[in-house]
Design a binder for this molecule. Structure first.
Ligand SMILES: Nc1nc2c(ncn2[C@@H]2O[C@H](COP(=O)(O)OP(=O)(O)O)[C@@H](O)[C@H]2O)c(=O)[nH]1
Ligand SMILES: [Mg+2]
Length: 385
């Protein structure tokens, strides 16, 4: 068997690519593979042009002379059981014609196949690859891509604006938020922040307190039940002094209730809690006792966008049992992609109330906006501000 090298040709149309093959390798060249893809597009959707690629090899043994087919690279056409050798020039010419005919049919078939799959799957494949790069969980990606395949015609998918807009819509409808504002509360609104250690609860409390007081002119009070570490109390004390709001440090559920009662005429009371591992049942049940005493309107579960998938789902499972009724996603600035917001929203089925994007108090916090978050995922940038 004579090995011949496979060469690859690219052009903007299939016909041009095939013409190149014929020019270079002759009309007996054997097509090994064809494909088409978009080149030079922003994450495969915006701009760029279609490239047709044909890989082919020269036919090492012209079938007419050898009396048999070279079938090294011809998987599409089955080799005939036997081709009787012949010395007759007429028979040889006829066979030549037949081979040429079959080859043209195969070429046409390959072209049709690659044309029929080029648009729809290429566009949706690009969407799929992009969402996976954004660290959106595979099940969600599959679901969204399926929705798009139902929503859009092949032609619509080719329009990056239509495809992008549908993608933003489909993603944003999966992100429940408190965009329209938290449910109204008569009198003093009590909000507690709970969650694992180091996710940014205390920093977020300081951001919320500063925004309520300095930007909205509300009367704000703070309470901390995080007395396990001196440093944690000191951290909040410093913020309380800078923002100029009262801070109560409480040790028991009874003290917590008394502290809340003493601030009933405030607009907002924010409760900071000690970080609890989602695996620490005892401390979780103590926290549960504090929550029963405080009866907060909002129990924000604080979760870092940087958390891994396993930690994320166990955190959600445990803290939802403690009455969490919304999620604050922190450290979006440190995440490698925005997809975790969608994963958290989908897994928790809780509205996202705020997202935080840095350590700066009070600036690095925004109310969650589903469309803006969806755009971050679609455009692949972390700037939600
Ligand atoms: N990059 C970044 N760091 C944050 C963010 N929020 C909090 N942090 C930092 O995370 C660390 C732990 O925050 P802290 O509020 O003490 O977490 P807590 O243990 O949940 O109260 C601190 O160094 C914060 O400055 C954020 O949105 N982005
Ligand atoms: Mg803290």
């Amino acid at each position: 068997m004579i090995e011949t090298p496979v060469k690859t040709y690219q052009a903007t149309t299939m016909a041009q690519a095939l013409a190149q093959v014929k020019r270079d390798l002759g009309r007996d060249a054997i097509i090994v593979r064809t494909r088409s893809y978009r080149k030079g597009r922003l994450w495969g959707l915006f701009g760029g042009r279609n490239i047709w690629e044909v890989s082919a090899t020269a036919n090492a043994r012209p079938p007419v002379q050898s009396g048999s087919y070279s079938h090294d690279y011809a998987p599409v056409v089955k080799q005939p059981a036997a081709v009787p050798p012949t010395d007759q020039p007429a028979a040889s010419a006829e066979m030549d014609t037949q081979v040429g005919h079959i080859r043209r049919m195969v070429e046409a078939l390959l072209t049709m196949q690659s044309q029929s799959v080029s648009h729809t799957p290429t566009e949706l494949q690009a969407v799929r690859d992009h969402l996976l790069k954004q660290e959106v969980q595979e099940e969600i990606v599959t679901d969204v891509v399926h929705q798009l395949s139902q929503d859009l015609t092949g032609r619509q998918m080719e329009d990056p604006r239509v495809l992008g807009e549908s993608l933003v819509n489909r993603i944003s409808e999966r992100i429940l938020t408190q965009q329209s504002g938290q449910p109204a509360v008569e009198g003093c609104r009590i909000s507690a922040l709970i969650g694992p250690t180091g996710v940014g609860k205390t920093t977020t409390i300081a951001k919320l307190a500063a925004n309520h007081k300095l930007r909205e002119g509300r009367r704000v009070g703070m309470i901390t039940i995080d007395t396990y570490r001196i440093a944690a109390v000191d951290q909040l004390k410093i913020y309380a002094e800078i923002i100029d709001v009262p801070l109560h440090v409480v040790l028991t559920a009874g003290e917590l209730k008394a502290a809340i009662d003493s601030m009933r005429d405030y607009d907002v009371v924010l409760i900071d809690t000690a970080g609890r591992s989602q695996y620490d049942r005892l401390r979780l049940s103590q926290l549960s006792g504090f929550m029963r005493a405080a009866q907060p309107h909002d129990v924000h579960l604080v979760m870092a966008a940087t958390a891994g998938r396993a930690a994320m789902s166990s955190t959600l499972e445990r803290f939802v049992q403690l009455g969490a009724n919304s999620v604050i996603v922190t450290k979006l600035d440190e995440a490698t992609a925005c997809g975790s917001v969608l994963n958290i929203a989908a897994a928790g089925k809780l509205p996202i109330s705020f997202v935080t994007t840095g350590q700066d108090v009070p600036d690095d916090i925004q109310p969650a906006d589903a469309r803006r978050l969806a755009k971050c995922i679609v455009e692949g940038n972390l700037n939600v501000g």
